[in-house]
Design a protein around this ligand. Structure first.
Ligand code: NAP
Length: 309
């Protein structure tokens, strides 16, 4: 294999905020609290410095505990970490944005966030119920707030200094364009599902043209079987370059200029997923030619999270 260290250390410049975002990120969508703490600790140990959280994951306290333990051990400084969390759909009303942000910050035990994302462009009925539905199971959407109203409240967080950068998640290119054109502070990051079965080429091209960082989730296809990890092209490349399928998929994502979030839940997998290296050009091109198309998470269509139990 060629050059083993470049992709692991790659950083993506942001159009605002301080510093850059490590391309390789650890996702904290982990339902079990004890597993959250152990997996976050293992990710830190393995070398991950970018942590993706969300109010909706219900485990910011546990992620915070693991990060605090890492910081207290003294080998890692807060400035070395890049921590993101997300505003949930029930908090889109402008007056709810800062309280939701402060509550997340408090649960994480941090004094500032590197990145705050609007989790989805769908506003749900405001309140404590994160999944408000009528008796037929239909979501109560909130029609009295626009995404731009919410975005302006996000911009104020940057003005006040506790949040370094802001962005969007689960957004389409059209949705991004609407905010991009009107925003005083342009989105720094867009987080969407992306992998070889969902390359999102048009959105990626727009982001790269405008200096918006593209952050891919479910790069391993969320571990759904059969899926990307068993794809014959990926498996054959993995055998050829003496890496695992997971390492090939993560390397491809970083090599195409995106940042990526993965959720290893054991120390061995954390080390494996961090240990990526540049793919030979022919392997990279072969992955780009995969024709299978599949969206695994429908959150982008409804705002209802696909992978949260
Ligand atoms: N914005 C959004 O709406 C949104 C939606 C979804 C996710 N996200 C973010 O993106 C992050 C990543 O998404 P994801 O969890 O779908 O990522 P992923 O890494 O594609 O999928 C995780 C799954 O892959 C398996 N896995 C991890 N490493 C592996 C390896 N080396 N070999 C084989 N299997 C492996 C895990 O299995 P085990 O469980 O057995 O370890 C788990 O089932 C989330 O944690 C979250 O932060 C955001």
């Amino acid at each position: 294999m060629i050059d083993s260290s470049d992709l692991r250390m790659k950083r993506i410049p942001l159009n605002h905020g301080i510093g850059q975002m490590p391309a390789l990120g650890f996702g904290t969508l982990i339902p079990d609290p004890a597993v959250t703490i152990a997996a976050t600790r293992d990710a830190l140990e393995a070398g991950f410095r970018h942590f993706d959280c969300a109010e909706r994951y219900g485990n910011e306290r546990e992620v915070g505990r693991a990060l605090q333990a890492g910081l207290a051990a003294g080998r890692i400084a807060r400035a070395d970490l890049f921590v993101t969390t997300k505003l949930w759909n029930t908090n889109h009303r402008p007056e709810r944005v800062e309280p939701a942000f402060e509550a997340s910050l408090d649960r994480l035990g941090l004094e500032y966030l590197d990145l705050y994302l609007i989790h989805t462009p769908f506003a749900f009925r405001p309140g404590d119920d994160q999944d408000p539905r009528d008796q037929n199971g239909n979501v109560f959407y909130d029609r009295d707030v626009t995404l731009l109203d919410t975005w302006k409240a996000m911009e104020s967080l940057v003005d006040h200094g506790k949040c370094r950068a802001i962005g969007l998640s689960d957004i389409t290119l059209n949705g991004l364009l609407t905010i991009y054109e009107s925003a005083r502070i342009k989105p720094a990051v867009v987080q969407v599902e992306s992998h070889p079965y969902l390359p999102e080429a048009e959105l990626l091209e727009f982001c790269q043209g405008k200096g918006v960082a593209f952050l891919a989730f479910a790069p391993l296809g969320h571990g759904i079987k059969p899926g990307l990890l068993e794809d014959p092209v990926i498996s054959a490349i993995a055998a050829r370059v003496e890496k695992t399928s997971a390492q090939v998929l993560l390397a491809w994502a970083v090599q195409r200029g995106t940042a990526v979030l993965t959720t290893p839940k054991s120390a061995a997998r954390a080390r494996e997923n961090f240990d990526i290296s540049t793919l030979p050009q022919d392997a990279f091109d072969e992955i780009n030619r995969i024709q299978t198309r599949q969206r695994l998470n429908q959150v982008v269509k409804t705002g209802v999270p696909g992978f949260i139990p």
